[in-house]
Every structure is written in structure tokens, then in C-alpha cells.
Design a protein around this ligand. Sequence first.
Ligand code: PMP
Length: 446
Amino acid sequence: SPDPNLILRIPTELFPPKEKSKRATSESRRRRIAGNLSLGYQDPIKMVRGWKHHLYDESGHKYLDAYNNVPHVGHCHPAVVEAVQRQMSLLSTNTRYLHDAIAELGDRIVATLPDELEVCYFLSSASEANELALRLARAHTGRKDVIVLEGAYHGHTTSLIDISPYKHDGPGGEGAPNWVHVAELADLYRGQYHDATTAGGLFAESVARICSDYSGRISAFIAESCPSVGGQIVFPPGYLSSVYEILRREGALCIADEVQTGYGRLGHSFYGFEEQEVSPDIVVLGKPIGNGYPLAAVIARRDIAESFDNGMEFFATFGGSTVSCAAGLAVLDVLANEALQENAHQTGEQLLDGFRKLQADYPIIGDVRGSGFFLGLELVRDSKSLEPAATEASFVVNRMREKGVLIGTDGPLNNVLKVRPPMTFDAQSAEQLLDALRRSLEELPR
Ligand code: PMP
């Protein structure tokens, strides 16, 4: 009901301030906010409330959220809200004072990682964290160059645009600077190798070639353990282990950007690198680890942290604040208490199964990939030429939004449907999503 108070008659002074109309909000945003801060969907949505894996717009319309990964344990989870409120009202300060929360969060995160990863840095965004990871690698190796993957995105700062082909090769970009070397993306569907049993080693040769061309210059290789902006890609077995071996021979470090894949999203593992059976030298965490409260982390080997401790003080005003650590601890508690990784595994299987059935009926679905709540459906017009169906992908996403289900598109060709819900997404929601997807595919102009 748009106005339940016709019946309830709660005194109106207890209500939050009345929402501006969607049109007024849109006009004030256009007037004041930079134009390249883009909105989702042809008909953008004004959201006013979130709960678990649902969002509500200003007219009370409910959306199933299968897109947002930042509210990892569910929108507005009461345990996180309560932890943040309590800490905010008690003490909100920085790392210049002793406080238990930061050390406890460090212990809890380190316990989820391989033994060699021991030293934590806390920051407020994944961009800040990736920046710091680059500084650590440079301080430890005394070198500057970085190897990245095609289509990668690691953040919005100047150096991170430099290492993000998704941005520097896109509109308005100026290409890679001379210290950045772009390796082939190990994409079994669209790349040059398709046999999963041999592709891992073959794709890694691209990294080996860069290492031999620029020997003595490479400080680090950085990659998401499953490239997300790159199109929800799952590496072939043995890919990262081959790459890491090459880099270690070269004396360079391996950085795993686990911002999207970490904290159980993939279902059968807590981190994406586990599935590739590697142990990175530096791990970067972000967005989901504070469930919407700004929190990111870098975890490094102790010898790397010691190289970075070279006399220059390290300090980030909000990084590791008492409140952000309270949020981080609450997120880890909820993840465990509500068995959300297990849920991602089970419900992810249900979604994958449903997607594969749809693929049998709709040949436009060229590939179904991912695991847990990190899933992609690549749409193509022709299964031989793999002509990307970007217009169709956008059509489906917008039709689903009209049916009350939020997903997105991704990939360098904008033709991959991206499904990446909060970890609370349940079996009933999966059925609703599959039904909306089938109906949207059915409506595609033939
Ligand atoms: N790394 C990855 C893999 C990301 O997806 C993002 C954000 N989409 C970032 C880094 C940067 O995160 P932020 O915008 O929070 O700085």
C-alpha cells in the first residue's frame, strides 16, 4: 500500500521527512552532481530502503536485489547496524591510540588466510587498498612495473586507472603507461584456448613473455581471482599456479584482488585464489567486508611489510577507525552465524542449474559460468562467431528491472549478464529470478 497510515493513523511527526518526488531528485542530481557519475537502468530507480536482498523504491515497490555485493550479509543487517551505532556513540577515532577492535579484526581476517599472510593494513576503500598494495610491492622489490590482465579494473585513482585496461582502453582513456604490461585474459570461452585441461599453462605464457621482455623491471602481477568487470571469468585450472611460478622466478610479487570474490562469495571457497591452489604474497579486500560501512584491507607477508616499514610513516585517517573495525567484526560474525557461504554454494548451484536449463531453450545464452553468487551468462548472436549480444543484454536487464529483479551487465563487450546478490539470497528468490529471466528472454525481439 502506498499509504498504510490511512488505516494505522500513526502520528505523522514520527515519520521520516517526506521523500522528494523522483523527478525532483533527478533534477537536483543533474544540477549538482558530475555527469559521468552514471545511473543504472533506462528508467533509473529512486531507492529509499534496503532489507536483506531486497530494495524498495519511493513508491513502496519491492525489488529483488541480485546485483549488489557491498551489502554482503544483506542490506541493513541489524547486527552490523547495531555494532556501528554502538561504536559510533562510544568512540570514533583513528589508529594513533591503542584499541582492541583493530587487532581483533586483524586476527580474525588473518585466520581466514594462508599462514604466510600475517600483516594487515586497514583503509576505507578498495582503491586505497590496491594503491597501498602497489606501494608495498614496489618497496619490497625496488621495481616499478606491473603486469595486469586485459579488461581488468582495480580502482579509480590515477595509478589504478593506469593498471585498469577496462578504463584506460575505454572511452576517455589514454592507454597503458610504459610501466604497465597487459597480459592475455585467460578466458576459456572467448580467448584463444578452449581446452580446460591445457589452457591454464598456455594462457600463462603471455605473462612469461612479458617477464622475459621486461626482466628485472616487474614489481608485481595483480589480478582478481575471478575477473568480474572482465566478464565474470573463471580461470582454467592451473592458470594462476603457472603465473605465480613464473613471477616468483622473476622475483616479482603476486597480488590477489579479492574485492569481489572474497568472503565466501564463490560458495565452495572463502577466497577465489584457493580454487586456483595458490597463495598470494598480498591480498586486497574491500567493499563487502564492511557491509556498506567504508572498510578495506591489505594483508601481506611479514617480510614485505618490513620492507615497506622504511622510515616513512604510514597513516590513513579513516583506515582502521574504531567504527570501521566494529563493522568488520560484525560482518565476520554474521557470515559464520548465518552460514552464508554455504547458502551461496547451495543457492548458487540452484541458479546455475536453472541458467543451464535456460541455455538449452535460448541459444542466445552462449556461456554460463561462475559459482556461488558470482555468476555470468554471456549472450551471443551466433554460437560460432560469438558476435556479442550487447543490445539484447541491456534489453534483458531492463526488462528484469521492470519485473522487479535487479541484475547488471558486464564484460568488455557489455554482453555478460552479471548475477551477484547479497549472500542472503535464498531458494525462493532464485526461483523468482529464473522466472523473470525466462520471461525477459521470451520478450527479446526475434
Ligand atoms: N577492485 C575491484 C575488483 C573492484 O571491483 C573495485 C570496485 N568495483 C575496486 C577494486 C575499487 O573499489 P572502490 O570503488 O571501493 O575503491
